[in-house]
Structure formats: structure tokens, C-alpha cells
Design a protein around this ligand. Structure first.
Ligand SMILES: O=C(O)CCC(=O)C(=O)O
Ligand SMILES: [Fe+2]
Length: 326
């Protein structure tokens, strides 16, 4: 192994790697043992990698194949599914379509958003609920929709399991977050990052520094590194080098609100210095829109006040989208 590879693997080791096989056990002690490791990572870093998560590698590869095929479509085909045509923020987002870091140049990524499929006459759609509606699907790619729907279902199941582990890690019953998890307004996002251009403007990068808005994010990365996670101890960026077969899991702002920042929603960004096209697939498990997120009494020391007012999942997401899409 050469020097630079060694250095890269050392950096990768900085994100805790947790084997979650025990979460699938009928034995509460085994589930709790994994939950405790997750809890420690949530307190320390707010980011961790999970292995033995049970998601079919063939399904993950199919998602990447479909994502690559979509982004390779002619510009006109992608623009026909532009998010601007959707009231529910579904569809294609062109390069530089989002500013994730306030004051920085727009992000050097293109994306595609998929959510729960809701018909035009669904009462939630008729009521104009935030992000509720139909998806836009590329008619050119027959396998795209079934692949993404299967994958979204697998991600919802895994996120539910991880929320149970987070509850256990906070000494709460495993189903404590069931109300949050029910009919979650989750988003599957396909991302494509071109290589960082040599002539990039100052501060221009794949994805500006941000924290995620929702509950949990489960990130599938291809083999090209690019994700960087802020380390508050060394005050520097950790390179989250892809570890084959794992997911990167990070906590969104909702979990920081519940725990009064005991569990961290950590700053991260993407700079694609790999010299290759990078593809990633974050799944944002955002929670039930009506669920009220407020500080858990068990996360307050005697005399301590909650840092955040109570907010519904829907109110919080409306505000966050307003900030990053202007
Ligand atoms: O592409 C990545 O590795 C991270 C993307 C991300 O942070 C996001 O979409 O919120
Ligand atoms: Fe993110």
C-alpha cells in the first residue's frame, strides 16, 4: 500500500464504523449493545458508518446504474422533468440549482428528487401540504421507477430500525419515535458531482457546508471520495472516504432539537477532488409532517432550558427549503 492510500485509510477510520447486525436480533441485549455504540457516535461525531445493514448490494448497484443513466440523458430530457414543474419538489435539479452554504457560490452538483407517490386527489395534496404530491419519472428509462421505489422502501425500513436504536440509546422504549416514523416525508436524492474544475471560483464546490434538515440521513456513495465532515476537536475537515458495503449515517437537525444538541447534527460538505464523476445517493428520513419535535425531558439536566422551541416537521422543512432555495 502506498503512502497516500495509508493516509486516506487513516482518515476514513476517523468516522466510527459500527456493525449493526445485532439490531436484527430478537434479543434486546444485543440490540441495546449496538444502540450504545450508535449513541456514543451520535454524541461524539454525529456521523458514523454502518456495516451488515441487510440492504441488497445488487439493489444498490441498480440504483447507481439508473442514476448514471438518468444524468447521461440529453439536457432537454432532464430539463423536461425539472423540479420547477412540481409543486412537491420532485424531479431534476440542474447544476448550481441549490446554495447549501449561505454566502457561498451555488453547488456544483445536479440532482434528482424522489418522494412518496401521492395522487393529485390525495387530501394532503389537495390541502397543499409541503412536499406532498406525485413524482416525475423519466419515460426513457423503464427500470428507473421500479428500482427507485424498491430502494426507497428498503431505506424506509432501515431508517425505522435505526430510529429504534436511537431511542434505545437514549434509554427510551425502542418504539418511542413511532409517531415520527409513521408516514415519513422521506426524500431519496440522486446526486452527480462533476470533477472539481481547475478554474473553480473561490468557495465553489460540490456541496456547500451544511447540516441536514431532517431526522436521519443514510448516504450511499460510489467509490469516489468527496464527502468531508467537520471535526470540532481538531477544527478541520475529516475526509469520509467510501468504505465498500457501508452506509454513512448522519443525524439531521430534528435529532439535535430532540436531544438539546447532545446528539449532533454535524456540518459537512462535498469537494469532488477525485478527478472523476462522483455519484451519491442520500436518503433523508424526515419524519411525519404533523409530528411535533421538542426537547426530550430526559435530555435536560436539572435547571437546563431547551435550546429550540417546539416545531412540526412540516414547519421546519418549509423554513429550511426557503433558506437554501431563496
Ligand atoms: O454527496 C454526498 O456525499 C453528501 C450529500 C449531502 O450532504 C446532502 O445531500 O445533504
Ligand atoms: Fe447533507
Amino acid at each position: 500500500m502506498n503512502q497516500s492510500l495509508c493516509a486516506r485509510h487513516l482518515e476514513a477510520a476517523a468516522l466510527p464504523l459500527i456493525d449493526i447486525a445485532g439490531l436484527f436480533s430478537p434479543d434486546l441485549a444485543q440490540r441495546t449493545a449496538v444502540a450504545e455504540r450508535i449513541g456514543a457516535a451520535c454524541r461524539e461525531v454525529g456521523f458514523f458508518c454502518i456495516a451488515n445493514h441487510g440492504v441488497d448490494p445488487a439493489l444498490q448497484q441498480a440504483v447507481f446504474e439508473q442514476a448514471r443513466a438518468f444524468f447521461a440523458l440529453p439536457e432537454a430530457g432532464k430539463r423536461a422533468l425539472d423540479k420547477v414543474f412540481s409543486k412537491a419538489n420532485r424531479g431534476y435539479e440542474p447544476l448550481r440549482g441549490q446554495v447549501l452554504e449561505a454566502g457561498a457560490p451555488a453547488d456544483l452538483k445536479e440532482g434528482f428528487y424522489i418522494g412518496e407517490e401521492l395522487a393529485e386527489d390525495d387530501p394532503r395534496v389537495l390541502a397543499g401540504r409541503f412536499n406532498h404530491g406525485a413524482n416525475q419519472w423519466p419515460s426513457e428509462l423503464a427500470e428507473f421507477r421500479p428500482t427507485m421505489e424498491r430502494y426507497r422502501d428498503a431505506m424506509n425500513a432501515l431508517a425505522n430500525r435505526l430510529m429504534g436504536a436511537i431511542a434505545l440509546s437514549l434509554q427510551l422504549p425502542q418504539d418511542h419515535f413511532a409517531g415520527f416514523c409513521r408516514d415519513s416525508m422521506s426524500t431519496l436524492r440522486l446526486l452527480h458531482y462533476p470533477p472539481q474544475p481547475a478554474n473553480a471560483a473561490p468557495g465553489e464546490k460540490g456541496c456547500g457546508a451544511h447540516t441536514d434538515f431532517g431526522g436521519l440521513t443514510l448516504l450511499l456513495q460510489d467509490e469516489n471520495p468527496g464527502l468531508q465532515v467537520w471535526d470540532r476537536h481538531s477544527k478541520s475537515w475529516i475526509h469520509a472516504v467510501p468504505v465498500p458495503g457501508t452506509y454513512v449515517v448522519n443525524l439531521g437537525d430534528m435529532i439535535a432539537r430532540w436531544t438539546n444538541d447532545q446528539y449532533r447534527s454535524t456540518l459537512h460538505r462535498v469537494v469532488n477532488m477525485s478527478g472523476r464523476e462522483r455519484y451519491s445517493v442520500p436518503f433523508f428520513f424526515s419524519g411525519n409532517p404533523d409530528h411535533v419535535v421538542e426537547c426530550l425531558p430526559t435530555c435536560l439536566a436539572p435547571g437546563e432550558a431547551p435550546r429550540y422551541p417546539a416545531v412540526t416537521v412540516e414547519e421546519h422543512h418549509r423554513e429550511m427549503y426557503r433558506r437554501t432555495y431563496g
